[in-house]
Design a protein around this ligand. Structure first.
Ligand code: TYD
Length: 138
């Protein structure tokens, strides 16, 4: 996780099937869309606009974040550089590799953040203190 940088974080296009009869859109994520197998799915919703989620890095877990509804900002840090990415499309996912600090903020009303994770939940995979994160990158 030492070596990863925010350059390794990327947007993944999720295949969208536009209905010919105008019945709305359908997005599908199969395992060939992601560089890992999904072990866990969770989602954030009813997040107040002034709340911040995340505030941690993972030692091994990769995650794909998708704004299923509404919008929010993802601030990513690698200990040297910082970048803010706005997610607001259900067919665009943000792939965050291991060793990247992330904060989620500016949730719009009704926003839903879907997360597809490469590993089951394990608190030992989290770094929740920023100074500790910075140390882990040196
Ligand atoms: P937390 O990591 O603080 O959420 P976020 O990063 O989105 O702000 O998790 C909130 C609580 O939920 C915490 O007690 C851990 C628990 N949790 C699980 O039990 N399983 C999970 O898969 C996740 C992501 C969190």
């Amino acid at each position: 996780m030492k070596k990863t940088t925010i350059q390794n974080v990327r947007i993944i296009d999720i295949p969208k099937i536009i209905d010919q009869q105008r019945r709305g859109n359908l997005c599908v994520i199969e395992n060939n869309v992601l560089p890992y197998s999904v072990e866990r799915v969770y989602y954030l919703f009813d997040v107040p606009s002034d709340a911040s989620r995340g505030g941690h890095a993972h030692i091994a877990c990769h995650e794909l974040l998708v704004a299923l509804s509404g919008s929010f900002d993802v601030v990513i840090k690698d200990g040297v550089n910082t970048k803010t990415i706005s997610l607001n499309k259900p067919n665009k996912g943000l792939l965050i590799v291991e060793g990247i600090w992330r904060e989620l903020e500016n949730f719009s009303s009704g926003a839903v953040c879907l997360v597809l994770a490469s590993d089951i939940y394990e608190e030992t995979d989290y770094i929740r203190e920023f100074p500790k994160f910075l140390k882990s990158k040196t």
